[in-house]
Design a protein around this ligand. Structure first.
Ligand SMILES: NC(=O)c1ccc[n+]([C@@H]2O[C@H](COP(=O)([O-])OP(=O)(O)OC[C@H]3O[C@@H](n4cnc5c(N)ncnc54)[C@H](O)[C@@H]3O)[C@@H](O)[C@H]2O)c1
Length: 441
């Protein structure tokens, strides 16, 4: 029997061992889905702390309960390891490692390259390798394939290669990983058939496309679309604000149109591992083809200005109350980049804190999910501690700046006890007759 047919049979009978490389926000939900479908999963991470925590039943991502993964480990459905020699064991390897930007704001492919090298060191005939990390079109072919080919094994004959972008939305509860259609592009027909078969066992719908490049480009298009539309409403927010029109009310009205309009919301700036970063992967690649990506550049320009705009609004609002930003006490509500998650990557809250401090404000924060500042590549926030959100604490501040609209925060209480509230998320919309002055920004 051919290697591809053997693997196909193993997949259909759920006998294939699935390897997941990178046990983070994307990798762990994937582990959960494959285990739920009846596959055994071997998880890999270079971070020994994460592997130890999983084994001990401790959580490092708030919305993914550790007890679930511990029970999978105890029942021999899932094993986590740092031993990359064991990459020879899985029949299918799914790669979910970071794809950040480097110091020059260009794609940092070191995680993808290192993982590919680790796989190449032990690659055996009959394995399927799928990249899930978000990246520019061409990565699977130009970055991964040459390294894997270096083993002497031939793609489509000895090993199989595909790209299938992860579309996880951390913290979302109304749509599960299983419900999100999976776009799959293979390096060739064998690779595509195998990857389509594998994902077909765990998600409700698989969307096969003709190449890895199409699948890579589809994911980037999704994120560019979000980035550009968020920039559009951010720009309109500034204009409508000048005109005395509430942008939030405008969007609520516009979204009643049953076709041709999708609502996007303004905010204090872009955050997370995807939207601020992925479009720059495409604009970087576009330079190789001599084509401009003006929408991406313009969106980045507008979105990047937002924290500065918010800080100016805080300064103006304080000024109206006869206070200077310098020396004022500001409480930033929410350190996470979006509601109900504990993820601070690229969070605009961190930029807001730094800008406020640079202008002489005394800043503290409250976030129910982040008790203290986490290590970040470009910011030093580990010394920060979340202070309790109490009436007494609220009264100590000259301004409360709502940067993240966590659902379980008591905005009534905030507007009752704060002297001034600057709201970047429309979180106070439902507060009736706030005692504090509320300024939207
Ligand atoms: N977080 C999201 O919302 C989201 C959504 C869709 C797609 N993505 C994409 O998925 C990818 C992963 O993102 P994430 O949020 O899960 O990142 P993450 O940082 O939460 O997890 C990545 C993990 O990979 C591990 N790792 C790094 N190098 C490794 C190696 N050589 N071998 C084994 N493990 C290694 C890290 O220790 C980390 O635990 C990125 O490309 C991202 O753009 C993320």
């Amino acid at each position: 029997m051919k290697l591809a047919d053997q693997l196909l049979e193993q997949i259909r009978e759920h006998k294939a061992l699935v390897g997941v490389v990178g046990l983070g926000y994307v990798g762990l939900p994937l582990v959960r889905e494959f285990c739920a479908a009846g596959f055994r999963v071997l998880g890999f991470d270079i971070d020994p702390q994460k592997v130890a925590m999983l084994k001990a039943g401790k959580t490092y991502i708030r919305h993914l309960p550790a007890a679930h993964f511990k029970s999978l480990i105890d029942n021999d459905r899932f094993e986590a390891t740092t031993d990359m020699q064991r990459l020879s064991e899985p029949d299918a390897i799914l790669i979910c490692v970071p794809t950040p930007l480097d110091k020059m704001r260009e794609p940092d492919m070191t995680y993808v390259v290192n993982t590919t090298r680790q796989i190449a060191a032990v690659l055996r005939a009959g394995q399927l390798v799928v990249l899930e990390s978000t990246t520019y079109p061409g990565t699977t072919r130009e970055v991964m394939k040459p390294v894997l080919d270096g083993t002497g094994l031939r793609v489509e004959r000895d090993y199989f290669l595909a790209f299938s972008p992860e579309r996880e939305d951390p913290g979302r509860t109304d749509i599960t990983t299983r419900d999100i259609p999976k776009v799959v592009g293979g390096f060739g027909p064998q690779s595509r058939k195998l990857a389509v078969a594998l994902y077909g066992e765990v998600v409700a719908q698989v969307v096969p496309v003709t190449s890895c490049e199409v699948a890579e480009a589809a994911k980037i298009l999704e994120n560019v679309y979000r980035c550009v539309n968020i920039a559009l409403v951010n720009e309109l927010k500034l204009l409508f604000d000048r005109m005395g029109i509430d942008v939030w009310e405008v969007i609520e009205a516009a979204r009643t149109k049953p076709f041709g309009f999708q609502a996007f919301y303004p905010g204090p700036g872009l955050g997370g591992h995807c939207i601020p970063i992925d479009p720059l992967y495409l604009s970087w690649k576009a330079r190789q083809y001599g084509r401009p990506t003006r929408f991406i550049e313009l969106a980045a320009e507008i979105n990047t200005l937002m924290p500065e705009h918010v800080v100016n609004r805080v300064a103006e609002a304080l000024n109206e109350q006869g206070k200077a930003l310098k020396g004022s006490r500001v409480l930033v509500l929410g350190l996470a980049y979006k509601r109900d998650v504990d993820d601070v990557r690229e969070s605009p809250s961190v930029t807001l804190i730094e800008l406020l401090q640079a202008r002489g404000a005394r800043v503290e924060y409250h976030d129910p999910f982040i008790p203290s500042g986490k290590p970040m590549r470009e910011h030093k926030i580990t010394h920060l501690r979340s202070i309790p959100l109490t009436p007494a604490n609220l009264k100590k501040f000259d301004c409360v700046l709502i940067a993240t609209d966590h659902t379980n925060l008591d905005y009534e209480m905030v507007c009752k006890h704060a002297a001034l509230v600057v709201d970047t998320r429309n979180a106070t919309a439902r507060v009736r007759r706030p005692r504090a002055r509320v300024v939207k920004a």
